[in-house]
Design a protein around this ligand. Structure first.
Ligand SMILES: Nc1nc2c(c(=O)[nH]1)N=C([C@H](O)[C@H](O)COP(=O)(O)OP(=O)(O)OP(=O)(O)O)CN2
Ligand SMILES: [Zn+2]
Length: 124
């Protein structure tokens, strides 16, 4: 079994309703995010690839375009702009074109935060 992954970065603003640090979180503020998209499988003997990284890059480019330099509160279907919802949102966007998708991880390196999503089936 192999895991192949690709990362991308995006900068975005959001607000958040929280029980702690409530006032500063409700103000519009921004973060630098890094996301990692992973597929698992065995390479096709003919191509030597699980999936062509170029196809992964195309799928990522569409998702990145919808997130980078955006106000995340306005991104359709995202809900509250948490790392949990971002990882699920990226999963939902990529899954139709990347069948072997197994994990999406969103990082906020400046604060050491990370959140991974393996799809709802993984919870069962
Ligand atoms: N379970 C979660 N908890 C929190 C999330 C989240 O996505 N999931 N997000 C936040 C906020 O985005 C908050 O703004 C982060 O605050 P903090 O870690 O204090 O980061 P800073 O904005 O202070 O740091 P920067 O280095 O400027 O990014 C909170 N909780
Ligand atoms: Zn924030």
């Amino acid at each position: 079994m192999f895991e192949l992954s690709k990362q991308f970065r995006f900068e975005a603003a959001h607000t958040l309703n929280r029980m702690i640090e409530a006032e500063s979180s409700r103000r519009i503020h921004g973060h630098s995010y890094r996301a990692e998209v992973a597929v698992r499988g065995r390479p096709d003997p003919a191509t030597g690839m699980i999936v062509d990284l170029g196809l992964l890059e195309r799928a990522i480019a569409e998702a990145r375009e919808a997130l980078d330099h955006r106000f995340l509160d306005e991104v359709e279907d995202l809900g509250p702009a948490t790392m949990e919802n971002l990882s699920r949102w990226i999963w939902d966007r990529l899954r139709p074109s990347v069948a072997s998708l197994t994990r999406v991880t969103v990082y906020r390196d400046s604060s050491g935060d990370a959140c991974s999503y393996w799809g709802d089936a993984a919870a069962a």
